[in-house]
Write a protein that binds this ligand. Sequence first.
Ligand SMILES: CC(C)(COP(=O)(O)OP(=O)(O)OC[C@H]1O[C@@H](n2cnc3c(N)ncnc32)[C@H](O)[C@@H]1OP(=O)(O)O)[C@@H](O)C(=O)NCCC(=O)NCCS
Length: 171
Amino acid sequence: MRIRDATMADVPAILGIYNDVVTNTTAIYDQHPSTLEERQDWFETRSRRFPVLVGELNGAVVGFSTFGEWRSRWGYRFTVEHSVHVRADCRGKGLGRQLIEVLFPRAAAMNVHMMIAHIDSAASASLRLHEKLGFERVGTFREVGLMKEDWLSVVAMQKAIHQPTASPSLR
Ligand SMILES: CC(C)(COP(=O)(O)OP(=O)(O)OC[C@H]1O[C@@H](n2cnc3c(N)ncnc32)[C@H](O)[C@@H]1OP(=O)(O)O)[C@@H](O)C(=O)NCCC(=O)NCCS
């Protein structure tokens, strides 16, 4: 798989993967699939400040990963939240792992101190993958989501990129 920065031309493929996850899993707590225009707006805003990466196999986008602000207040400026999604027919082949791993040097280059993942408690592949990549379970927010008739719980995980004794110039 070749991983590169996404461009606006990749947004339809990103949309396809995103909407399949919305429709067929509980990994994204959206009610409806996104429109192309909504994803284009998201891409424009996100890619101005943060990486949006796509993985390509045989010329087709088969997954994407990104991170953005975890919380908007100033004090949180060195913490990001990431997401990763792989096309359904390409899962379980190590692509998700590569798409997250490639975010670490990008985060380090931006002086990110901590990466956060919020993962649906039923998403066993994602939980396992994040554990393998060194994310530590912080805890579970129980029954914070409601999709169809089920309450859903979210596992919070975190991984330090720069060590807690960050350079004073970052403070
Ligand atoms: C979660 C997701 C991104 C993982 O990507 P992937 O390419 O399928 O995962 P990988 O093949 O890189 O797997 C890496 C590790 O995850 C674990 N894993 C993968 N699929 C798994 C499954 N079905 N069940 C349990 N663990 C699984 C394995 O431990 C694997 O490591 P190993 O093969 O060395 O044991 C992908 O499955 C996906 O897009 N799922 C739907 C949407 C989603 O859940 N997104 C994440 C939201 S946080």
